[in-house]
Ligand binder design. Structure first.
Ligand SMILES: [Zn+2]
Length: 314
């Protein structure tokens, strides 16, 4: 019997841009990153170059990486049509996202249009039929919370994400603003909207290293993503090994994920930044010192398949 909060392996597959694969095939996984990203909040730092994306994936592969989950949601320059070619060329599995970020990342008229046309329907379409006319299906729903709370926009998008989850089984990955409000997110998604906690991935927890809250979120059954070292400027980056160590010691080593979260051009390794390979070159070795080899192996190669695996509708 599967312990509570743990997904059964069963017939779950991970929906990559080249098709559905067994969770175990993911290999070493960067569970939260971006090959393409565009936001009015990051002018001049767009990730929009296919050549740079190819270089970044190649560098990640050379460092031992075999899969990348792109958390770029709808309307932020995902370039879904480019992802299959990039994945094939690099020999790296790539998972794309649907979903919606905070309102500040969109022109108001885009949000008006989505309000009229149905957000959950859009998410379901991108998960089951494909993004736009690309034919590339998303494998997760990305949404976002606010700082220590959830505004009306966050509630709207998370309610739609829950609806799309119930229609498809897709995992829901959440940008926590500066790592805050994970319990509010779980209240809304799981208590109010009946999403199983093990289908929720909480991101950016390292930006608010409150070990008690981390433990509460893990006890609730969610996956906890420690992501963001590629930006390499968060004052709390250095707390990550201690936070992960505390969770491993408390018995939650099987629900933790690691990601680079490259969100700006200058953070890419091909442009002189740490980028995706940093996760394997510097972050993972540090974590091995803190928790040992086996928990890191599980975090990088086993838990991503469980977290992103789903029993997709035929
Ligand atoms: Zn991100």
């Amino acid at each position: 019997m599967t312990p509570p909060g743990r997904a059964a392996a069963g017939s779950a597959t991970v929906r990559t841009v080249l098709g559905d694969i067994p969770p175990a095939d993911l290999g070493v996984c960067d569970a939260h990153d971006h090959l393409f990203l565009r936001s009015p909040r990051l002018p001049g730092q767009e990730l929009d170059s296919p050549a740079s994306a190819a270089g970044e994936l190649a560098a990640f592969h050379a460092a031992g990486g075999r899969s990348v989950v792109q958390w770029t949601p709808h309307g932020m320059g995902r370039r879904a049509e480019r992802l299959p070619g990039l994945a094939r060329a690099a020999g790296v599995h790539v998972v794309a996202a649907t979903g919606l970020h905070q309102a500040v990342h969109y022109p108001p008229k885009t949000l008006d249009r989505l309000r009229t046309h149905g957000l959950a329907e859009l998410f379901v379409r991108e998960l089951t039929e494909g993004v736009g006319t690309s034919g590339v299906r998303a494998g997760l729903i990305k949404v976002a919370g606010g700082y220590h709370g959830l505004d009306a926009h966050a509630r709207w998008t998370m309610t739609a994400a829950a609806e799309a989850h119930h229609a498809t089984g897709a995992p829901i990955a959440v940008h926590l603003e500066l790592g805050t409000a994970p319990l509010d997110v779980l209240d809304l998604l799981c208590a109010d909207s009946a999403v199983p906690p093990h289908k929720v991935i909480l991101g950016h927890l390292n930006r608010h290293p409150d070990l008690t809250v981390h433990r509460q979120a893990a006890e609730a059954g969610a996956y906890l993503a420690f992501d963001g070292p590629s930006r390499a400027h968060h004052a709390t980056d250095w707390r990550m090994p201690d936070a992960v160590s505390a969770l491993v010691d408390a018995g939650f080593g099987d629900r933790l994920l690691l990601g680079g979260d490259t969100t700006t051009a200058e953070a890419r390794s091909v442009d002189g930044g740490p980028g995706m390979p940093h996760l394997l070159r510097r972050v993972s070795p540090l974590l091995r010192i803190a928790v040992g080899e086996e928990p890191v192996r599980q975090i990088l190669t086993v838990s991503p398949g469980r977290a992103f695996g789903a029993e997709w509708p035929c």
